[in-house]
Design a binder for this molecule. Structure first.
Ligand code: SF4
Length: 252
């Protein structure tokens, strides 16, 4: 007997090829029609995320939007969240780590991000994401293929084997130029830091402005080879045992 996950994976395989020629708007319509209230946009409110949020608002008024709040975000990012809620009339679902910043410091020492950024990202981003995705049937992301080598093989609609749900990437084939053209053409709000040479924005501790000629993601985790926070690549099993058990209790 075929189980539900296998059935969904088969359906995804059926639409995957055709989906590559869909517009972002058609992709969003398909997502909302097929997954209803069990699909949500995941965003950290970069330029790409803002495009997606604006497009979604034109397809469905009450779409779901969540963010992983590391509690280390820039004031400009929190300000943008307020503007989004007001402009689009939605409540952003904010998901935080099981550890407050103070608890993390007690458990792992001060400034963990300077010594072990993968662990810090795992605690503050990946585990909360896994918890959130556990309540969804599909998630919508704003990744683009040309952002990092890891993202270069992303499909517009795919099965996310790591988290066990459908992953939908409506603007996966867009360029940065297309993103900014949409923002200006549609008067979409964006993070004020983009105008101060921050093309990619994460936590205050791990983001700096880029210098002329640098890669757009050079300002993320400067000094480390790391280019991804792990939302698209890492596993919960890499968490220390104490946090794994705390997470397990949350899930009960
Ligand atoms: S981006 Fe930096 S501060 Fe934020 S969760 Fe990752 S390592 Fe920690």
């Amino acid at each position: 007997m075929i189980n539900l996950q296998e059935h969904i994976q088969d359906r995804i395989a059926d639409v995957q090829h055709a989906a590559e020629s869909w517009t972002p708007q058609r992709t969003l319509t398909w997502a909302f029609e097929n997954f209803g209230n069990t699909v949500a946009i995941s965003s950290a409110f970069g330029a790409e995320g803002m495009v997606l949020i604006d497009m979604a608002s034109r397809v469905r008024k009450d779409f779901r939007l969540f963010t992983i709040d590391t509690e280390f975000l820039f004031p400009e990012t929190y300000n943008l969240m307020d503007r989004i809620e007001e402009k689009y009339g939605i409540a952003i679902e904010k998901v935080c780590s099981v550890l407050s910043p103070e608890e993390q410091e007690r458990a792992h020492g001060a400034t963990l991000w300077t010594r072990h950024p993968d662990l810090c990202c795992n605690l503050r981003k990946v585990e909360p994401l896994r918890r959130k995705l556990g309540e969804l049937g599909a998630w919508i992301t704003s990744i683009r293929r040309d952002q990092t080598s890891i993202r270069s093989s992303a499909r517009r609609v795919e099965w996310d084997a790591k988290f066990g749900l459908v992953k939908i990437n409506p603007i996966v084939d867009w360029s940065s130029k297309q993103v900014w053209r949409y923002i200006h053409d549609h008067d979409v709000p964006y993070n004020a830091l983009h105008d101060q040479d921050y093309p990619s924005i994460g936590c205050t501790h791990c983001t700096r402005a880029v210098r002329p000629g640098e890669d757009p993601r050079a300002g993320r985790w400067p000094g480390f080879a790391k280019t991804e926070c792990g939302l698209h690549i890492i596993e919960i099993e890499t968490l220390p045992a104490a946090e794994q058990s705390k997470v397990a209790k949350l899930g009960n």
